[in-house]
Design a protein around this ligand. Structure first.
Ligand code: PLP
Length: 296
């Protein structure tokens, strides 16, 4: 069985012509094959969008939520609308081709394509995942970093594309290097007016008493699929859930907090800006067991 699989979509959007009229909707190719044009706007401008979807029991998890977010990101960038039926089948086909795996993931990418061509580029890449099991128990040391935008950037400046999952992730990588310089493993972005936002690849969740919170919506942050699943789990335990706009010092007073995302799942925060942070080992284990077992 392969450890990685690559499927290229012939017509990622019904709004644009196919790359090869009459060809099959998708073609599997060797992931090592050089493929992308040097003129593809995804490569030259980061002009495109993506999703990373975890695979549990050979099923893409939270698939419909991921597809909704993919379409939302495309609309924000004014890209041709992804044909969700084509993408859904390609995702399932790539998972079938990959075969059984301990933990796996699928990445969907849609770029604006070659400059001037008018046809978007789309592919689905499935692979075995790294081992995050220690992080899910031991936790992460987190620093807060200013993102430089106010919390209402999504409303005031939609051209900044806040809240879309774009390919322009150079900043999301650079903050991890800054975290390392500060002796930490990960980051929580804070708005320029002081509100907790999200991690560079994760949503923030925290517990205060019997309520599990996440920062409010409309803050120019991603609509997290894992956050939504964690809320469902918390509610099944009888915990309350809610959205709350908070500052970093307020987060520091929570009873426990996590960075949650599709692949790493729930990483408990064990240190925040250099101060030890309480961890809730039982709830962390419950959340991760629930997320690993998800089939939809
Ligand atoms: N926020 C950002 C910036 C992300 O990149 C991600 C995931 O990669 C998330 C939040 C969490 O989203 P999800 O739980 O859907 O993986």
């Amino acid at each position: 069985m392969p450890t990685q699989v690559l499927a290229i979509l012939n017509q990622p959007s019904a709004d644009a012509p196919p790359h090869d009229a009459g060809a099959a909707p998708l073609a599997f190719i060797d992931p090592a094959t050089p493929l992308l044009s040097a003129l593809d706007l995804g490569a030259t401008r980061g002009d495109g969008i993506f999703e990373s979807i975890s695979v549990g029991n050979s099923m893409p998890q939270a698939l419909e939520h991921h597809l909704r977010r993919f379409v939302h990101s495309a609309a924000t960038l004014e890209l041709p609308t992804p044909d969700v039926d084509v993408w859904r089948s390609a995702i399932h086909a790539a998972i079938d081709e990959l075969g059984p795996a301990q933990e796996a993931s699928v990445k969907t990418v849609l770029t604006r394509g070659v400059e001037g061509d008018g046809r978007p580029t789309g592919w689905v890449y499935a692979s075995h995942s790294g081992d995050y099991s220690r992080l899910r128990v031991d936790g992460v040391r987190v620093v807060t970093l200013d993102r430089g935008y106010r919390h209402d950037v999504e409303q005031t400046s939609p051209w900044l594309l806040a809240g879309a999952k774009t390919l322009s992730y150079a900043v999301n990588r650079s903050v991890l290097r800054e975290a390392k310089r500060r002796g930490a493993d990960d980051v929580i972005f804070v708005s320029s007016d002081g509100f907790v936002l999200e991690g560079p690849t994760s949503s923030v969740i925290y517990r205060v008493g019997d309520t599990v919170f996440t920062p409010g919506t409309g803050l120019g942050i991603l609509d997290g699929t894992t956050q939504s699943s964690v809320f469902r789990y918390a509610e099944s335990l009888g915990l309350a859930t809610g959205f709350q706009q908070i500052t970093a010092p307020e987060l520091g007073k929570a009873d426990a907090a996590w960075l949650v995302s599709s692949l790493r799942l729930a990483a408990p925060i064990r240190e925040l800006d250099g101060a030890a942070f309480p961890m809730d080992a039982a709830l962390t284990a419950g959340i991760n067991a629930y997320l690993r077992a998800l089939t939809d």
